[in-house]
Design a protein around this ligand. Sequence first.
Ligand SMILES: *[C@@H]1O[C@H](CO)[C@@H](O)[C@H](O)[C@H]1NC(C)=O
Ligand SMILES: *[C@@H]1O[C@H](CO)[C@@H](O)[C@H](O)[C@H]1NC(C)=O
Length: 311
Amino acid sequence: MLSMSFLVAVFWYCRRLYSFLAQLLKRWSNYLQRKLIRNLSVLTEVDLLGYSAREWKGETKHAKHMREAYEELFWSCHIKYLRQVRRDNYCVLRAVLFQIFSQGIPFPSWMKERDILKLPEKLLYSQGCNWIQQYSFGPERYTGPNAFGKLRKCMETLKTNWTEISATKDHEARGNMCNTLFSDESKEHKLYEAIKFIMLYEVVEAYEQIKNREEATHNLFSLLLARDSSSDPLSFMMNRLNSIGDSICLDQVELFLLGYLLEVKIRVYRLHRFNTEEFQVNYPEEYRREWNEISLLTEDDRYYHIPLFRT
Ligand SMILES: *[C@@H]1O[C@H](CO)[C@@H](O)[C@H](O)[C@H]1NC(C)=O
Ligand SMILES: *[C@@H]1O[C@H](CO)[C@@H](O)[C@H](O)[C@H]1NC(C)=O
């Protein structure tokens, strides 16, 4: 009789312990989710047509147009899923870099020959661009004596992260590294600032070449420098780059430059241009055959998502 009630007591304690542990585990996993998953800046894939139906309800002309454009992507372009990318002013840089990293695309050929860590020094000392001290870092708006040191840090982060991720051959391991990287804003922003700085570097180089009438540069540079806002490298930095990520995002010409310097063909499906010749655009338009290709999808040339193809 005694042993029976002893067993019951033990059983009862075990159940208490079990439900206590279960609760602990649940709290712990919620905590982990908040820590890791909720901050993902590139979400996991969702069904394309489901997304379109949720986003574009109603019978307005624009909503119908968008739904039709999504159907076209689904049926004719074999895009079945999309990954949503956080909507801020770094959006397109994020969508591009995320794909480069997650597909394990290596450094462009010129970055293998030239160490990107040296670029800030090169502009400052060899090219005499002491105005790069006025570089500011997107939403951080940092301008101060240490801009140069901060730039070096950004370049270092880009180089080490890109090297490490592209050397990881296992698809799943690479995906996990990307999820870690793309859920921490401070790390992400360093990468984007590094890319922005490389854009500046390219513009400085091209500007010098055009001035000295050396070899012909890619015609995207003449387009870029023809704008009032960026008729020379300094004004490009002050009027455009310093605000990218903060109050403005890359425009079309800058997207050409991005594809060119990363040596990737960026194919963009522009849904608001559905039924026109500008529905599918490649950035840049001229590309070499050996370049890797990535794809983006946009509804407004401002925010971008990542389309996924399946047959
Ligand atoms: C995720 O965001 C929350 C607040 O929005 C923050 O407290 C937490 O540290 C972030 N986690 C990571 C891994 O960045
Ligand atoms: C990314 O770079 C930072 C800074 O250099 C480094 O601490 C971090 O471990 C790197 N992460 C990966 C996945 O390479």
